[in-house]
Design a protein around this ligand. Structure first.
Ligand SMILES: NC(=O)C1=CN([C@@H]2O[C@H](COP(=O)(O)OP(=O)(O)OC[C@H]3O[C@@H](n4cnc5c(N)ncnc54)[C@H](O)[C@@H]3O)[C@@H](O)[C@H]2O)C=CC1
Ligand SMILES: O=C(O)C(=O)[C@H](O)COP(=O)(O)O
Length: 375
């Protein structure tokens, strides 16, 4: 069996090595010829999976995308050809949630403010939005959710309109899929008019898809509104973000908000499980055996935890300042954006650290850190 896999998908050898011969490819430049004799295709978000790519791949038995988003996949086309497809919903939700939370801690420190006490608006209350809300609520922040789709589906949480969220939130974090049509379309959800609604000193984070914000309008807006602070992980025109916009963001990264080792491993593992099911095989490998040990795997705390100390602890698993610095140094080169993503293999989730509870001064801190995800 021939398995074609994106070269940026980790743990493919460990999970799929027994199932067939693996060929690694550059997912962004994948051609129809390369996949013409594939039995299995494993992609990430940069591969357009459609008729043009797959019409000649007549042996294809399975397509998997180790991502949450499916906007790069013609799912109707696969269904019409009866090719089983799976993505990996939720695989990197914790990573995105922690990225957003840690970015907010970084902004607070940079501007000499307290994160605690702020009101955060989450737009899109699915897997990643809920993961961000979990961190924020664990830390005692008030969180408002806007998700008209979930509200219509009868989700029991409390939802507000986008206008109401913008009017009340100090921080807004975007967690919607990209959709180009329908009542709740998200393409340019934040256009010039919406941006002009932002309250003074709002922090705006985008870790979902670049096109959820009109990037040109954002440049024009930010040039007039320096009070608004931006954290941008996703961009219009990836892998070539607009240089003016990178310069205007407080923290800028190359679409890696979901790139924890845990998140990547979960993504590949979910494809492995699904392929085994499709092939009628037992999935006998384990997820935990894939992850390397973490250098800071235990923390001892003796005093009450300040916000600065929480940020220091967070930087053990993810130092956003490093990625921001690297990104500014490489994004303008031809392959800088993709190379940085390819080499991004160092980030962990809070769960990689075990708390030594007996030395914690306050049970409240312990409980907060546990809810954040520490072990
Ligand atoms: N930066 C990164 O590395 C990553 C980016 N993503 C992106 O984030 C998106 C969201 O991921 P998940 O939370 O896992 O997806 P999800 O499908 O679990 O949640 C998305 C939520 O957005 C809601 N929604 C749709 N239209 C809306 C609108 N107009 N206003 C408010 N809410 C709306 C949906 O009802 C849903 O609850 C993905 O589709 C993907 O594009 C996901 C993972 C990593
Ligand atoms: O899951 C998604 O959706 C994402 O945006 C991915 O985390 C992006 O990673 P790649 O699939 O492009 O490596």
């Amino acid at each position: 069996m021939k398995i074609i896999a994106d070269e940026n998908m980790p743990y493919v050898d460990a999970l799929f090595g027994d199932l067939g011969e693996i060929e690694y490819v550059n997912g962004r430049n994948l051609t129809a010829e390369q996949v013409s004799d594939a039995d299995v295709l494993l992609v990430r978000s940069v591969t357009k999976v459609n008729a043009a790519l797959l019409d000649n791949a007549q042996k294809l038995k399975f397509v998997g995308s180790a991502t949450i988003g499916t906007d790069h996949v013609a799912v109707d086309y696969l269904a019409a050809r009866k090719i089983p497809f799976t993505n990996a919903p939720g695989c990197n939700a914790t990573a995105v949630g922690e990225y957003a939370f840690i970015a907010m801690l970084e902004l607070a420190q940079r501007f000499g403010e307290n994160l605690q006490g702020k009101v955060v608006g989450i737009v899109g209350a699915g897997n990643t939005g809920t993961a961000a809300a979990k961190c924020l609520e664990a830390y005692g922040l008030k969180v408002m959710l806007c998700d008209p789709v979930k509200a219509e589906q009868g989700d029991s949480r409390e939802f507000v309109s986008l206008d109401s969220l913008i009017a009340q939130a100090d921080i807004i974090s975007l967690h919607v899929p990209i959709t180009k049509g329908g009542e709740h379309k998200t393409w340019y959800l934040f256009d010039e008019a919406r941006l002009n609604q932002l309250r003074p000193n709002t922090w705006l984070l985008n870790c979902c898809r670049g096109e959820v914000i009109d990037n040109r309008a954002l440049i024009a807006f930010k040039q007039q509104r320096d009070d608004v602070k931006l954290v941008l992980d996703v961009w219009e025109g990836e892998p070539n973000p607009m240089a003016e916009l990178v310069a205007l963001a407080e923290f800028a990264t190359p679409h890696i908000a979901g790139y924890s080792l845990e998140g990547k491993a979960r993504g590949t593992f979910m494809l492995y499980q699904k392929l085994c099911e499709v092939l009628g095989l037992e999935a006998n490998k384990s997820l935990t055996s894939l992850l390397p040990p973490f250098q800071f795997n235990q923390v001892y705390r003796q005093n009450e935890l300040s916000e600065g100390q929480l940020l220091t602890l967070s930087r053990l698993v993810y130092d956003l300042r490093d990625d921001d610095r690297k990104f500014r140094g490489c994004f303008a080169t031809t392959t800088g954006f993709d190379q940085m993503r390819k080499n991004h293999t160092y980030r962990r989730e809070y769960s990689a650290i075990t708390l030594k509870s007996e030395t914690l001064a306050t049970p409240a801190d312990h409980s907060m850190l546990r809810t954040l995800g520490f072990n």
